[in-house]
Design a protein around this ligand. Structure first.
Ligand code: FEO
Length: 398
């Protein structure tokens, strides 16, 4: 049993760690696990903010009951309906049958669609307030960060904002829960992987949400995943601002798909030439061995993206194409691209990459290099020129 942890004197952390789930949303690997954060405000009216994944309901209810100590749980505020947070609503209703569920119109549409729950609802709108005694909650809608019903709940007395997925990340909370209690660098990478893969598509909506929250005096940011920000919430707000504007650092991600090592040779050669031109942040990633969520995370960080493929069935190597499809869906912007690859007889791989680059209006830094089977000395010379042009274009865009 975990220790009960305070956020403030009257606000408690009742979230749980999940080290069992292998793929979040059935797609994103969780090598460091994930936490589902939920919070309990104890006042004249006791309020729970969000719940946890259904598989963790038992521990969750146990924690709440221990804190409530026989009193009533009056409200459940739902900031976000995705089942990693709404999955324990039924268990909460069973444990506290008189509870009122607080949400917006869209929340209640999804509550009915997902769980068939229609009763004991308190519908709130943008800017509405709910008084609990010493504490008052105020609600702000942040649609499409990253579902349409998403909202944040701001507690006016202690100036805590409960933000749902926004500002959260992968990684269980191992010990401390606050930014100043953990090694925050360990979490930052997993926060960006969460952002880029799950929220990244909705950059303009995140910008709108940041604008709305900029008017609030915020002391603590309490998301539904990862560390709670109390020492310097500005760090995570600034990172969200940067990521949602698709800003990037100097650096190059070289992603390749290679069946027998020839395209890989080209990737390594390009990386060596980039380094000679002074690029220090270079990530060479084999799309067959690295899950695309880690590649997308690096692409969200760095300005340069060089994609290589062998030719497969007259087209792009399927894992490379899958990455390109995902990058297209995420609406990636403000990057500098290039393509390279190999073919045996027909070609088609590099041509396929160029079609994705054109279709998405991504900036192409230089003409591609495509070689027959394996690069010879002439091809390596072409790669020298290719990498030099790429660095020139990259620096111009930074
Ligand atoms: Fe953490 Fe969108 O659910």
């Amino acid at each position: 049993m975990e220790k009960i942890l305070n956020i403030t004197d009257d606000i408690y952390y009742v979230g749980v760690n999940d080290r069992d789930t292998y793929l979040f949303e059935g797609i994103w690997p969780l090598p460091k696990g994930v936490s589902y954060n939920s919070y309990l405000i104890c006042d004249e009216k006791n309020v729970l903010i969000d719940t946890v994944k259904v598989s963790k309901s038992g521990l969750f209810i146990q924690k709440i009951k221990e804190l409530i100590n026989g009193e009533s749980l009056d409200y459940l505020v739902i900031n976000h309906m995705e089942p990693d947070h709404s999955g324990s609503i039924w268990s909460i209703l069973q444990a506290f049958p008189d509870i009122k569920i607080v949400g917006n119109k869209k929340t209640f549409e999804f509550l009915n669609d997902l769980y068939g729950i229609k009763d004991n609802l308190l519908e709130i709108k943008e800017g509405d307030e709910l008084n609990l005694g010493k504490h008052t909650l105020k609600f702000f809608m942040i649609p499409m960060v990253h579902w349409p019903e998403t909202m944040v709940t701001y507690e006016l007395t202690e100036k805590v904002v409960f933000t749902g997925d926004a500002f959260g990340g992968f990684g269980t909370l191992d010990g401390g829960i606050f930014d100043d209690e953990v090694e925050i660098e360990y979490y930052k990478n997993e926060i960006r992987r969460y952002y880029s893969n799950i929220v990244g598509k909705f950059g303009p909506m995140v910008q709108k949400a940041l604008q709305k929250l900029s008017g609030l005096d915020i002391k603590i940011i309490a998301p539904t995943h990862g560390p709670v920000w109390r020492s310097n919430p500005k760090i995570i707000v600034d990172l969200y601002d940067k990521w949602s504007r698709y800003e990037a650092e100097e650096g190059v991600v070289i992603v390749y798909g290679s069946m027998y090592g020839n395209t890989e040779k080209m990737a390594d050669y390009i990386a060596n030439v980039l380094a000679k031109h002074g690029i220090k942040n270079i990530r060479v990633m084999n799309v067959s061995n690295v899950h695309e969520s880690f590649i997308i995370n690096e692409i969200w960080r760095f300005k340069g993206v060089i994609i290589g493929t062998c030719t497969y069935n007259n087209g792009i190597f399927p894992p490379v194409e899958n990455l390109l499809i995902n990058l297209s869906h995420k609406g990636l912007k403000n990057r500098v691209f290039a393509a390279f690859g190999t073919y045996g007889w027909s070609g088609g791989g590099v041509k396929g990459i160029l079609e994705y680059i054109n279709k998405n209006n991504w900036k192409l830094a230089c003409e591609p290099v495509e070689v027959k089977f394996s690069p010879d000395n002439e091809d390596l010379k072409k790669l020298e020129e290719f990498a030099a042009r790429f660095v020139k274009s990259l620096k111009e865009e930074l």
